[in-house]
Write a protein that binds this ligand. Sequence first.
Ligand SMILES: *[C@@H]1O[C@H](CO)[C@@H](O)[C@H](O)[C@H]1NC(C)=O
Ligand SMILES: *[C@@H]1O[C@H](CO)[C@@H](O)[C@H](O)[C@H]1NC(C)=O
Ligand SMILES: *[C@@H]1O[C@H](CO)[C@@H](O)[C@H](O)[C@H]1NC(C)=O
Length: 212
Amino acid sequence: MKFSLSASLLALAASAVQAQAPQNQTGPFFLHITGKDNKTIDGYGGACHAGAALEGLCFDNGPAPSGDHVNYGSFFFNYTGNQNMDSAEVGFLSWNLQLAPGSDPAFVPSAMTFTYSSTSNVAQPLFGASSNAGGQSVGFDKDGKMFVYGYQDDSTFEPNVPPKPSQPKAYYNWFVCWQSFTAYYYPSVAWATTLPPQNPTCQAVDITQVMV
Ligand SMILES: *[C@@H]1O[C@H](CO)[C@@H](O)[C@H](O)[C@H]1NC(C)=O
Ligand SMILES: *[C@@H]1O[C@H](CO)[C@@H](O)[C@H](O)[C@H]1NC(C)=O
Ligand SMILES: *[C@@H]1O[C@H](CO)[C@@H](O)[C@H](O)[C@H]1NC(C)=O
C-alpha cells in the first residue's frame, strides 16, 4: 500500500508542522492485532493510503512484514504526563508520514484521530498530517493493550441528575472491518462508538503494542 504526494501537498504538509507543547514519545512499535473470538485473526496494523496526506490503519493478517518499518513498525505514542488511567499514560498515536519514501528522510508526524459518520456507529482511525496538535486520547494498559480514554458514559444518564464531572474509563471497542476510504476499500481497524457495530463485516480485536 503506497502513497504519493504532489508538491503542493508536500508544502501543505510541511506548513502544518508548528511549535507545540513538549511531548514525551515512546516507540517505534508494531500494533499486533488479534481476534477476540476469531483466532484466525492474527496480524499487524499498517498505515495505508486513504487520501491526500491521510492514512488509514489497515489490517494485514500474518507475521509482521519484515523490513517494512515505514508503514508497520513505526507507530509512536505521544503523551504529556498530565493524564493517566490506572497508572497508564494517556496520549495519542503518532505515525511519521515520509515525504519521499526511500529517498528522503524528511517526515511529518501525523496524529491518529477518529472520523465519525452520521449514519454509522463505526468510526475510522485516520492519521492526518494536519492533526499534529493532538489526536484521539488512547493509552496502553499493563498488558500492552490499547484502550480509548473516555470520561463520560451517557448510557447511564438520568433526567435532572447532572453527571459527575469525570468518570474516566478505559474502553476497548476495537474491530477489524471492511471500510470505505473514498476511493479505497480495505480491511482496517475501526472503533465502535456503541456495541455492536452495525457494519456486518466487523470482527472484534485486541490491539497490542509490540516494541520494535
Ligand atoms: C475469521 O476471520 C477470518 C479472517 O478474517 C475469516 O476468513 C473468517 O470468515 C472468520 N470466521 C468467522 C467465524 O467469522
Ligand atoms: C519525559 O521525558 C523526560 C526526559 O527523559 C523525563 O525527565 C520526564 O520525566 C518524562 N515525563 C514523563 C511524564 O514521563
Ligand atoms: C510526538 O512527539 C514528538 C516528540 O516530542 C514530536 O516530535 C512529534 O511532533 C509529536 N507528534 C505529533 C503528531 O504531534
